[in-house]
Design a protein around this ligand. Structure first.
Ligand code: SAH
Ligand code: TMP
Length: 393
């Protein structure tokens, strides 16, 4: 399946950079042997993660609360009886998770290659290395700090193409009685909701219990538990440990059976998914075209990474969306990747509300709709495209 030519999802740019904008073909594929759903081609990592990386994790209050809960669970259930435990997080960004370990006085290390976001964490006193995690780095960390009691990772594992090097590195870095916990957008949710915008350059894999279990088993790591999360539009937390070291929860088998029932192992499922994506695209562009003809103002909410897939796949541009409101300073005043819709600060939306808002950040709907009650009560209308294109008030 192909979504066509795509730019870097977080590659917000100025008008003088348009000429040199980089594009690649966004084409996912499904492997019926190992159950993996992944991109065929991914831009090189340095094009996506660098000193101007645009995604700062802490922009969402909800996600701050989520990672606080996650950390508290790890401290209570995994680290409680351990002597001077050591926690490593891969892709620690601005420190949204590790700040909880720092505050609890727990030895920690974040691995975060995007220097600008890593600097925010460092300023807050969180120990952070700005490098890409791989097997060589794992060996160095072990040499300097010893093995980790737990390795955490959220919305990162699915970003790293060389999964074998990562898994090998994790196996070496983890104590024999240690645990790896990572969470990522879940394939079952993406298929059920036709949330095709989960597919963009950074998300090289959309995992399921089946594919995670298979991939990590190659490196002696066993899937011992799975815990569904509502974050990022439907995610799964995977818990892994060295093989035979820990009991395996019945949740694992139950989820794998559910995946079979959902047909995640069948190619027909992905043919249907492609068809649903095409229908969704047609509905969304027809709706936006008709609003344009009626002279209605439409503004986007949240210049998310996911919105890059939606805009470029559906051919949505500034003629449809006046601007996208986003609270992240580094995105403001820039144009969105490929579609070149202006990104403006939240105040632009607040001071001159439009008739319609296209909710690109649908995964933060609870938080946003609560914040924008006045807009809705005042007659403002919302457009969503997940699980289907519709207007709600
Ligand atoms: N964990 C945060 C950040 C997710 S964004 C959250 O859930 O909000 C993905 C992060 O992974 C980015 O900050 C990116 O710089 C980082 N990253 C990408 N490749 C990596 C690698 N090989 N090793 C460690 N971090 C990586
Ligand atoms: P994400 O879906 O990848 O987490 O990105 C969410 C984007 O939406 C991020 O750029 C911040 C922005 N945002 C707002 O502008 N206002 C909000 O209230 C929220 C929750 C997010």
């Amino acid at each position: 399946m192909s979504f066509g030519k795509m730019p870097i999802a977080n590659g917000f740019l100025t008008s003088d950079q348009i000429q040199n904008e980089y594009f690649f073909e966004l084409a996912p594929a499904f492997c019926s042997y190992c159950g993996m759903f992944q991109l065929i081609e991914q831009p090189e990592q340095q094009k996506m993660f660098h000193e101007n990386y645009a995604f700062f994790s802490s922009t969402s209050n909800y996600m701050q609360a989520h990672f606080k809960q996650f950390s508290e669970m790890v401290i209570k259930c995994v680290l409680a009886d351990r002597q001077e435990p050591f926690v490593v997080e891969l892709g620690s960004n601005d420190g949204i998770m590790l700040r909880n370990f720092k505050d609890a006085g727990i030895r920690h290390l974040g691995i975060e290659p995007s220097i600008n976001v890593a600097n925010v964490a460092r300023l807050a006193g969180i120990k952070t290395l700005s490098e890409f995690f791989n097997v060589e780095l794992a060996d160095r960390i072990v040499g300097e700090n010893g093995q980790a009691d737990t390795i955490l990772c959220a919305n990162v594992m699915c970003h790293i193409p060389d999964l074998n090097s990562i898994a090998k590195g994790i196996k070496r870095l983890l104590k024999p009685d240690g645990m790896l916990m990572f969470e990522d957008p879940y394939l079952g949710d993406m298929i059920a909701k036709t949330s095709y915008d989960q597919i963009y350059d950074e998300h090289v894999f959309i995992f399921s219990a089946t594919s995670v279990s298979w991939a990590f088993a190659q490196h002696g790591l066993e899937l011992i538990d799975v815990l569904p999360q509502i974050t990022h539009g439907g995610s799964m937390r995977y818990v892994l440990a060295p093989k035979n070291a820990q009991p395996v929860s019945s949740n694992v088998d139950e989820l794998m059976q559910k995946e079979q029932k959902q047909g995640l192992h069948k190619t027909e499922t992905y043919d249907q998914f492609r068809h649903k994506c095409e229908t969704s695209r047609t509905s969304l562009i027809e709706l936006l075209d008709s609003l344009k003809q009626k002279g209605q103002r439409v503004v986007g909410y949240g210049a998310t990474s996911k919105s890059t897939t939606v805009n470029n796949y559906c051919d949505i541009g500034p003629e449809h969306i006046e601007f996208i409101s986003d609270t992240t300073p580094i995105k403001q005043g820039k144009l969105t990747p490929g579609a070149h819709i202006p990104v403006k600060p939240y105040e632009a939306f607040k001071h001159n509300p439009p008739e319609y808002v296209l909710l690109y950040a649908w995964n933060h709907a609870v938080e946003i709709l609560e914040k924008e009650k006045n807009f809705t009560v005042g007659g403002g209308k919302w457009i969503t495209f997940v699980p289907r294109v519709e207007v709600f008030t």
